[in-house]
Design a protein around this ligand. Structure first.
Ligand code: PMT
Length: 223
């Protein structure tokens, strides 16, 4: 990897899960640890980028030299991501954003009651889709966390969300996806290149993602 391939670039990255409040003690979330997104932030910084990391709740120490924006819910992540979108050169969405949130939230702890409790869920805003609809010159990089038909679904997301690159991972494959220190990724691009990587540490996977983004930008500039 040649050093400084993102020098002068503004890179916005999202990482981690979101938490969707039910009441003061309960929430919906997912298994994202933030490791993948934080590794990408580190790799982008190493390559000379100015990095803003919009992070859901994680247990990771905030890295040095990176502008961290802490958020909790999908709605907060949406607002912060859109705030940073207009001056970004590259946006990388590694966060596992909730697709649904409780329609109703309670300001007091909801007491136990006899019988069942059904919680009605409503859709959150799709941040990546909104960015795809509003993009000017930004390079948009999405993730696809799938448990089946990984490449087919990833390709659909690449097209329907108007992305430049998509990083697909099979969250059921051993050594891939949520929580662990490794991942198995396939990167597909708008100009129809596809690279399948073997099992890598999330740090190495992050370097591959950064390298593939830089190569994509170089190809675009040659056109
Ligand atoms: O955090 P780790 O424990 O290291 O795990 C890494 C990871 C598995 C979370 C990561 O590699 C990953 O796959 N992140 C994307 C998870 C996800 O939500 O994928 P998705 O296929 O549901 O969403 C597709 C894309 O749309 C993602 O880029 C997501 O950030 C984005 N999205 C989804 C919903 C929403 N409301 N807004 C969005 O922008």
């Amino acid at each position: 990897l040649t050093k400084g391939i993102l020098a002068g670039k503004q890179v916005v990255i999202t990482a981690g899960p979101t938490q969707e409040k039910i009441d003061p003690v309960r929430y919906f979330t997912n298994h994202s640890s933030g490791k993948m997104g934080y590794a990408i932030a580190e790799a982008a910084k190493q390559q000379g980028a100015t990095v803003t990391l919009i992070s859901g709740p994680t247990a990771i120490e905030p890295p040095e030299g990176i502008n961290i924006v802490d958020v909790v819910s999908a709605q907060e992540m949406f607002e912060q991501a859109m705030n940073h979108f207009s001056h970004a050169d590259i946006v990388i969405k590694a966060a596992a954003v909730a697709d649904y949130r409780p329609r109703e939230t309670f300001s007091q702890k909801r007491k136990k009651q006899p019988g069942e409790w059904a919680i009605e869920m409503e859709r959150t805003t799709d941040i990546l889709k909104t960015m795809g609809e509003n993009k000017e010159s930004q390079i948009l990089v999405g993730f696809a966390a799938e448990s089946e038909n990984v490449e087919e679904y990833a390709k659909k997301k690449l097209q329907s969300k108007n992305l430049d690159l998509i990083v697909a991972n099979n969250i059921l494959a051993s050594g891939a996806g949520f929580k662990g220190d490794t991942n198995i990724i396939t990167i597909m691009t708008k100009d129809e290149q596809k690279k399948e990587y073997p099992l890598l540490s999330k740090a190495d996977a992050a370097n591959c993602i950064i390298q593939d983004i830089a190569s994509y930008i170089e190809r675009q500039n040659k056109k």
